[in-house]
Design a protein around this ligand. Structure first.
Ligand code: NAX
Length: 328
């Protein structure tokens, strides 16, 4: 049998963690029938709860699960990690300014970046889920100078999946018929879900949609504000759908995206599409041989350009703010 791969999950006792761990342990993250060792990181106050989840993981008797360990020390938790899912973050609480939020998260993602740099496996792949995800990923990456920058990514796959579901519903097709949708920019309300290259059974989705007012007035805000809608209806933020998107992101990164389609991920910009190099911004991407590549050569019209630029401007502001805090 192959040696198991080590997957480190932070925020393991949180609600996304609870939805995520069982799917990883069942084999859905790595694919290919690969065995997995889990290393869970929590803050000391939540270690006991994470240990409880570890007991439940035992009780599932997952054939591919090779062990679960729980830590409150990042250095130990990331030791030998092949995949790291950074889910735990400091949420915005009442009266908190953006600077406070960025500073609090810097206090989490800086030491985690350092721990990844110090002890993760040479093939480490990092997905940041905890918000503000793009900028948290940037902070972690900046503190892991020995790890290739392209191993640090942030999650916009939930936005991508939400956009596919909304478009499929509008056009009364199945989600599997929708291809080549793109989320650009920041995982925030400024994100831009772009249908102009999307296809439904090979036909341009934009033609099938027809009127642009649906895009501007319904589709784009609905996708961008879906997180708030879930909180409003469910009484708690997205958890199982976020976990599912994290599974999709890492699964595709390792195993490749399907021919004739692409997905969305926030990755380190190489300057493509006018996004300043070094920012972690969402792009249309394919995965090949364990690497994400930005899909090149897409036309970007004025409608799209404005929206991409607005979201990228927000990422630049966040970068400037964390630079000001000495976190980069
Ligand atoms: P919870 O508050 O349920 O869980 C977070 C967990 O992280 C807690 O158990 C906490 O103890 C732990 N934690 C805090 N600091 C830690 C540290 N330094 N090391 C290890 N663990 C730590 O939040 P949950 O609903 O699970 O959401 C987690 C994060 O995902 C939040 O930041 C949330 O905003 C973000 N999301 C990101 C999404 C995306 O698409 N990128 C969508 C879903 C979600 O909103």
């Amino acid at each position: 049998a192959q040696t198991p791969l080590t997957v480190t999950v932070t925020g393991a006792a949180g609600q996304i963690g609870y939805a995520l761990l069982f799917r990883i342990a069942s084999g859905q993250l790595l694919g290919g029938g690969r065995r997995v060792k889990l290393r869970l990181l929590e803050i000391p106050a939540a270690v006991r709860a994470a240990e409880g989840t570890a007991l439940e993981l035992d009780d599932c008797a997952f054939p591919l699960l090779a062990g679960v360990d729980v830590f409150d020390d990042p250095k130990q938790a990331f030791e030998g990690a092949n995949v790291a899912l950074l889910v735990g973050a400091r949420p915005r609480t009442k009266g908190m300014e953006r600077g406070d939020l960025l500073a609090a998260n810097g206090g989490i993602f800086k030491p985690q970046g350092e721990a990844i740099n110090a002890g993760a496996a040479p093939d480490i792949k990092v997905l940041v889920v905890g918000n503000p995800a793009n900028t948290n990923a940037l902070i972690a990456q900046a503190h892991a100078p020995d790890v290739p920058a392209d191993r640090f990514t942030a999650m916009t796959r939930l936005d991508h999946n939400r956009a596919i579901a909304q478009l499929a519903r509008k056009l009364q097709v199945t989600v599997g018929q929708v291809k080549k949708l793109t989320i650009w920019g920041n995982h925030s309300a400024t994100q831009y879900p772009d249908v102009f290259h999307a296809e439904v059974d090979g036909r341009p989705a934009a033609e099938l949609i027809g009127d642009r007012s649906w895009l501007a007035d319904e589709f784009i805000p609905r996708v961008a504000k879906r997180g708030a809608e879930i909180i409003e209806v469910r009484g708690a933020s997205s958890a199982a759908s976020a976990a599912s998107a994290a599974i999709d992101h890492v699964h595709d990164w390792i195993n490749g995206t399907p021919e004739g389609d692409w997905t969305s991920a926030a990755i380190v910009s190489d300057g493509s599409y006018g996004v300043p190099a070094g920012l972690i911004s969402s792009f249309p991407v394919v995965a090949r041989d364990g690497r994400f590549e930005i899909v090149q050569g897409l036309d970007v019209d004025e409608f799209s350009r404005q929206r991409i630029d607005a979201s990228v401007a927000e990422l630049q502001e966040e970068r400037t703010a964390v630079q000001g805090l000495g976190l980069l």
